[in-house]
Design a protein around this ligand. Structure first.
Ligand code: MLT
Length: 401
């Protein structure tokens, strides 16, 4: 028996496991302190009432012999795939319901999709980057190259024609920096992918935070993207499903690549084959709740929650404006990405904040070398905690100066 040696190339802990571990150790040593968590992007508002009602009704159906359901379709129920198709149509984007795959979230899918790709593909990711893209490709032993994201390019790297990559991950609005590409900028990435027979993996998990008309919400807004892109999205941030788990992946029928023998293979067909073999679908109850998100009432309720988080982002941004702390994000995104004060490195600043003001954030170094001197805060906390955290932050800054 041989183990997958590639695992030895991973950092010892997944980023958020490491921050949780350090936080738990601090709380154990200081049980009387009140710690505010603005680290992992986990929502705090409850599910929309229309979503809860839909789940309750679905649960009742499952308890009645006349409406009970066993295994569902691996790709997801038609009612949900059609609701997602219609959601895209309201934004002028055409997708077919059979191009939508319902899953337990974008994190799983951005990792699982690597099953379809040969090990010798070159992977291009921005630095800083959501660690799942790097870790899952490291597990498979693929070569990973980086596109520098920095304050000079607004944390939005553009394609370099000299760099040859086979698979490119784009997360926009971006985790962790909060920067969001415009449609025109994404056109350049689509052109690069088409010229280089490369594949774009577009993570749209934060699309619902985009200010209308100011940035792209889907790669499929760009003409030609159907031939070179897969889109991942999640209800985690759109509708507070971080604990409930439901997302979707869109694989267009036009997306085909040549096999080693030159035969054109459909990526959608391969993903369907993969999912029907390895996945038994998301539960009926959850899919009914997810479908309620896309109703008029559900959309309005979810929108209110998103506005609440956006207001929290303004509380953080307003504090930083007053203090002269330079930051990115917070407009099309729940994340605020800022330079660590006092010339500190990010893990040092993580420990410093925890110790001094009991506020947990996420160290930029966990997202890549370019994050070494940066730090991320989330606006997914409660208003009360966000305001309290900023008051503590302001005091910390005043005392150090
Ligand atoms: C984050 O904090 O980066 C996200 O919550 C992680 C995720 O969505 O998996």
């Amino acid at each position: 028996m041989k183990l997958n040696e590639n695992y030895r190339n991973l950092k010892q802990n997944y980023l958020f496991a490491e921050t949780a571990h350090r936080t738990a150790a601090y709380i154990e040593a200081h049980p009387d302190q009140s710690v505010i968590r603005l680290g992992i992007g986990d929502v705090t508002l409850p599910l929309a009432q229309s979503v809860v009602r839909a789940m309750q009704e679905a649960a009742a159906e499952m308890g009645d012999a006349a409406t009970f359901r066993g295994y569902g379709p691996e790709q997801g129920y038609g009612f949900l795939r059609e609701a997602i198709r219609d959601y895209y149509a309201t934004r002028g984007i055409r997708i077919d319901a059979d191009e939508v795959f319902i899953t337990d979230g974008a994190k799983s899918d951005t990792g699982n999709i690597t099953d379809l790709f040969a090990k010798d593909n070159v992977i291009l990711v921005p630095d800083p980057v959501y660690p799942v893209y790097v870790d899952t490709n490291t597990m498979d032993g693929r070569q990973i190259i980086y596109a520098d994201a920095s304050k000079e390019n607004g944390f939005l790297p553009m394609p370099d024609p000299q760099v040859k990559a086979d698979i490119i991950y784009i997360c926009s609005p971006n985790n962790p920096t909060g920067a969001a590409y415009t449609k025109e900028q994404l056109e350049a990435w689509v052109a690069y992918a088409r010229e280089n027979h490369a594949l774009l993996l577009f993570d749209a998990a934060y699309e619902c935070f985009v200010e209308e008309g100011k940035a792209a919400r889907s790669i499929f807004e760009v003409e030609g993207a159907r031939e070179c892109a897969i889109e991942f999205c999640s209800l985690s941030k759109t509708a507070g499903f971080t604990g409930t788990r439901c997302g979707y992946t869109i694989v267009p029928k036009e997306l085909c690549f040549a096999g080693a023998d030159g035969e054109m293979l459909s990526v959608r067909q391969m993903w369907l084959r993969r999912q029907t073999t390895k996945f038994n679908g998301v539960s009926y109850i959850i899919q009914r709740g997810a479908a309620a998100v896309f109703t008029e009432e559900g959309m309005a309720e979810c929108r209110r929650n998103i506005e609440y988080y956006k207001e929290n982002a303004k509380v953080i941004a307003g504090t930083f404006d007053r203090l002269g702390v330079s930051y990115f994000g917070g407009i099309h995104s729940p994340y605020i990405w800022f330079e660590c004060p006092f010339g500190m490195e990010s893990w040092e600043f993580f420990d410093y904040m925890l110790e001094k003001i009991q506020v947990v954030g996420t160290p930029g170094a966990g997202f890549g070398a370019n994050g070494t001197h940066y730090f991320r805060l989330t606006s997914f906390g409660s208003r009360e905690n966000t305001v309290a955290a900023m008051a503590r932050f302001e005091k910390m800054m005043a005392e150090k100066r």
